[in-house]
Design a protein around this ligand. Structure first.
Ligand SMILES: NC(=O)c1ccc[n+]([C@@H]2O[C@H](COP(=O)([O-])OP(=O)(O)OC[C@H]3O[C@@H](n4cnc5c(N)ncnc54)[C@H](OP(=O)(O)O)[C@@H]3O)[C@@H](O)[C@H]2O)c1
Length: 271
């Protein structure tokens, strides 16, 4: 069955398309017949992923190799997509420099802040204007349930993800009469290299089930098709977020502080 989301094609741009949730988005969209602009830093893995999807689904792909945390990346993205009818932006790439704030180096915190905020702002602004002109489009911002409270040991991350949440919520309202859908997706723990291999804190040992990246991508695309302003991925994450909000701002923070304290290595604590 053709999904309503096909209305946004023929091209979709996915950031972080070679790993985790971004790769799951790329796979789902390719299966729906989208041509893909696949963006990431690692030329080898992005091109390998693009070749695999072309072979499997017969779609067209274009790779953009760029570091989204650097100034001026947007010009490269703009130049390399100017000739394509891009109708869907999956602004997914993100990461974190984890640990108690004072245990992480300032340049690392700033690089992640740029990646998780400014890169999304620039992509959304650029493609938002293109989609407005086009009279049709979809923008999906991948935030996190960490956006919902000041999550201890992930303070910079939580703040940057709440930036994405508020940006997308506002944009969904502003663009409601333009034919452009905007949704913020908030995954909780998801079984990706970002959680299981790259994380300085062993987040995969949190006492919470991990969703599959494909299940998370499916939820995000469904919510975007319905133009929901936001969606929390999965029932367990919805319950956890509901409990957090019932406890209030400080109580929700304390709940996560307790969970995180049990897994943060000594060298990433203040004392
Ligand atoms: N996994 C979870 O539990 C979870 C939970 C909530 C929210 N999220 C969010 O979901 C999104 C995807 O996370 P994931 O877990 O799938 O992570 P992942 O497996 O580590 O993948 C991250 C992707 O982003 C790309 N990327 C990272 N930094 C980049 C940069 N500076 N410029 C360009 N591309 C860059 C990576 O490409 P490279 O090959 O260049 O590194 C990779 O393709 C993130 O925004 C994350 O915050 C994840």
């Amino acid at each position: 069955m053709t999904s309503r989301i096909n209305q946004f094609g023929p091209w979709a741009l996915v950031t972080g398309a070679n790993s985790g949730i971004g790769a799951a988005f790329a796979n789902r969209l390719a299966a729906q017949g989208y041509n893909l602009v696949m963006l990431g830093r690692n030329e080898k893995t992005i091109q390998q992923a693009a070749e695999n999807l072309t072979t499997k689904y017969g779609i067209e792909t274009r790779s953009i190799i760029v570091d989204l945390s650097t100034e001026g990346f947007l010009q490269q993205v703009s130049d390399q997509t100017a000739d394509l009818d891009v109708g869907l932006l999956i602004s997914n790439a993100g990461g974190d420099a984890m640990g108690a704030l004072l245990r992480v180096e300032l340049p690392d915190l700033k690089q992640m802040l740029h990646l998780n905020t400014t890169s999304h702002l620039e992509l959304v602004h650029h493609f938002g204007r293109r989609f407005e002109q086009r009279g049709q489009g979809g923008i999906l911002l991948v935030s996190s349930t960490a956006a919902l409270q000041g999550t201890p040991f992930l303070g910079n991350y939580a703040g940057s993800k709440s930036y994405q949440l508020n940006l997308g919520m506002a944009l969904n309202y502003e663009m409601r009469k333009t034919g452009v859908n905007v949704t913020v997706l908030m995954p909780g723990p998801t079984n990706t290299p970002g959680l299981t291999e790259k994380a300085a804190i062993p987040l995969s040992t949190l006492p919470a089930p991990q969703m599959s990246p494909d299940a998370v991508a499916k939820i995000g695309l469904r919510a975007l098709a319905k133009n929901k302003p936001y969606v929390i991925a999965g029932i367990v994450n919805q319950i956890m977020s509901g409990i957090g909000s019932l406890l209030g701002r400080t109580g929700g923070r304390n709940m996560w502080g307790g969970l995180m304290s049990s897994i943060v290595p000594a060298e990433l604590r203040v004392r």
